[in-house]
Design a protein around this ligand. Structure first.
Ligand code: FES
Length: 79
């Protein structure tokens, strides 16, 4: 993803009920919160009125994509 797209994506609200933006979620993921439950405890996603019906899937996808990117880095470390 280009940096401009990442910047725009960061402002998207992912957990609408709790008003949590993508950049907040990605920051928490990069701090080591690598599951939906960990993110729920850390930043409160999924604790709104819909009980995570709207945000669980996109958040779990972000965690999965981040884990994949870590795996790629360990397979092909930068020189
Ligand atoms: S959108 Fe996250 S709890 Fe409703």
């Amino acid at each position: 993803m280009s940096s401009q797209k990442e910047l725009i994506d960061g402002f998207k609200k992912v957990c609408i009920c709790r008003n949590v933006k993508a950049r907040t979620i990605m920051s928490a993921i990069m701090q080591g919160n690598l599951s939906f439950e960990a993110l729920r405890r850390k930043i409160g996603v999924g604790t709104g009125n819909c009980k995570a019906k709207r945000c669980r899937t996109p958040i779990e996808k972000r965690v999965k994509d981040y884990k994949k990117s870590l795996e790629k880095q360990t397979e092909n470390p930068p020189v």
